[in-house]
Design a protein around this ligand. Structure first.
Ligand code: NAD
Ligand code: UPG
Length: 466
């Protein structure tokens, strides 16, 4: 249940690796299901279309006939969205598990044979208890087992992550029936995942491990980003510091790239959820510790925009800024919580004009994000359509602009013809690299004034006061 970034790819891989299992992905959105049944899939993920095409119509189906598919299933995965609550108790922190509960209610209502219900959505610890209680309303007729099987795929690398996962985590009740349900799900994954990477735990450890894994990853990005600010202040170089750290096998070399800030639908939501759970369990010190990961991320995003304005003579009013990259990371078209929209919002508040290009994000999607993020501050931002131009490529975005802001690390930004770009820009031409993708020295030779997160300032520039 749920044909989104998780439900679609995970089920496509199960269908590919288990041709003997019939898999049907259902959703309440007809448009979403219709798209999954074409070659223009609703999400962009490298390698996904090939995997879908291999099984679609054989043992992989997409449907809105939710009742019928629940009835015929032995196992139901709940892969629906669990966003941060925007109103009510815990607003701004707690995860809203309304969609999970609705799925459980639907299963309870229509099931007439026993089922294993698998939480794949990321949920607050002890959600399985709520799911179990809702299902129990039908337990006179049918027996259910509830498992936790959180998903660890990252967008952009979802296919390799699913086909060769670092681990599969399955939590369940430690009763004979619970252990049998765990084994049923182990048997599915064992079709392609080595047994020593399939971890079985109790339900609560599994639910909590997912939140903690994301909190640790987000913490790493915030840690390196905090040091990027110190590098800029001391002429140390963040790439060199990351490299030096990464050689220590206890630290490891992954996830040490400083950036304009982390984005995506998961990190902020899941860390805030962890913070909320700590607060609700009477652990304010633990909550405050993890909240700092979010505070540091907010600081990094606003620090970047302040740097842009400061370096461009303390004003960007009326200036055109080319924004290269709008997705929250490369190789995805996803824009949820993308740092790009926060940077754009701040620039619009300074009355700049932004010209945005992203190879995978459609104009309509950009405006959904702008409306959502900038709409809250309508008084300070002029009409969005007048201030934002969306462009077909990096060159047209750059033309006539005063600065480039690189906000997603798309590979194509490394190999652009920067001489051509420089020639088409207003002078002095600035580059603000929020992802560490450009060759700083090569660009400075062309004539650009280049600022990069965590790197020293150009020696020839006149420092404006901090
Ligand atoms: N996006 C990721 O990379 C990722 C990775 C791991 C875990 N997760 C977690 O997985 C969950 C799903 O995330 P996502 O990114 O796939 O969300 P998504 O928004 O892309 O997809 C969710 C889908 O569920 C559908 N849906 C909502 N309520 C429904 C219902 N009652 N019945 C049937 N369908 C329903 C929606 O229409 C939507 O298509 C979240 O809890 C998320 O935190 C996401
Ligand atoms: O060194 C790094 C690594 C990542 N990022 C940023 O952090 C964000 C998240 O990146 P990533 O974790 O690669 O993508 P997600 O798709 O959000 O995946 C995370 O969130 C998923 C949803 O819960 C989990 O399943 C994954 O394991 C977890 O990596 C992005 O904005 C990245 O640009 C950095 O700035 N520096």
């Amino acid at each position: 249940m749920g044909a989104g970034y998780v439900g679609g790819p995970t089920m496509a891989v199960i269908a590919q690796r288990c041709p003997h299992i019939r898999v049907c992905v259902v959703d309440i959105s007809q448009a979403q299901i219709d798209a999954w049944n074409t070659d223009d899939l609703p999400i962009y993920e490298p390698g996904l279309l090939e995997v879908v095409k291999e099984s679609r119509g054989r043992n992989l189906f997409f449907s809105t006939d939710i009742d019928a598919e629940i009835k015929r299933a032995d196992m139901v995965f709940i892969s629906v969205n669990t966003p941060t609550k925007t109103t009510g108790i815990g607003a701004g922190k707690a995860a809203n598990i309304k969609n999970c509960e609705l799925c459980a209610r639907k299963i309870a209502e229509v099931a007439d044979t026993p089922k294993v219900v698998v939480e794949k959505s990321t949920v607050p610890v002890r959600t399985a208890e709520a799911v179990r209680r809702v299902l129990a309303t039908n337990e006179g007729k049918v027996k259910f087992q509830v498992l936790s099987n959180p998903e660890f795929l990252a967008e952009g690398t979802a296919m390799p992550d699913l086909q060769d996962p670092s681990r599969v985590l399955i939590g369940g009740m430690q009763t004979p029936e619970g252990l049998a349900a765990i084994q049923e799900l182990v048997d599915v994954y064992a079709n392609w995942v080595p047994k020593d990477r399939i971890l079985a735990t109790n339900t609560w450890s599994s639910e909590l491990s997912k939140l903690v894994a994301n909190a640790f990853l987000a913490q790493r990005v915030s840690s390196i980003n905090s040091i990027s600010a110190l590098c800029e202040a001391t002429d140390a170089d963040i790439s060199e510091v990351s490299r030096a750290l990464g050689y220590d096998p206890r630290i490891g070399n992954k996830f040490l790239n400083s950036s304009v800030g982390f984005g995506g639908s998961c990190f902020q939501k899941d860390v805030l959820n962890l913070v909320y759970i700590c607060e609700s369990t009477g652990l304010p010190e633990v909550a405050e510790y993890w909240h700092q990961v979010i505070a540091m991320n907010d600081y990094q995003k606003s620090r970047f925009t302040q740097l842009m304005v400061r370096r461009m003579f303390n004003t960007v009013t009326g200036k055109r800024i080319a924004v290269l990259g709008f997705a929250f990371k490369k190789d995805t078209g996803d824009t949820r919580e993308t740092p790009a929209v926060f940077v754009c919002k701040a620039l619009l508040e300074e009355q700049a004009k932004v010209q945005v290009y992203d190879p995978q994000v459609k104009r309509s999607q950009m405006f959904v994000e702008f409306d959502y993020t900038c709409g809250v501050n309508k008084d300070n931002t002029p009409r969005l359509e007048e201030s934002i131009t969306t462009c077909e490529d990096a060159y047209s975005a750059a033309e006539g602009s005063h600065a480039l802001a690189i906000l997603t690390e798309w590979d194509e930004f490394k190999t652009l013809d920067y001489q051509r770009i420089y020639d088409s820009m207003a002078k002095p031409a600035f580059v603000f690299d929020g992802r560490g993708v450009v060759d700083i020295e090569a660009l400075r030779k062309i004539g650009f004034e280049v600022y990069c997160i965590g790197k020293s300032k150009p020696k020839y520039s006149l420092d404006s006061p901090k």
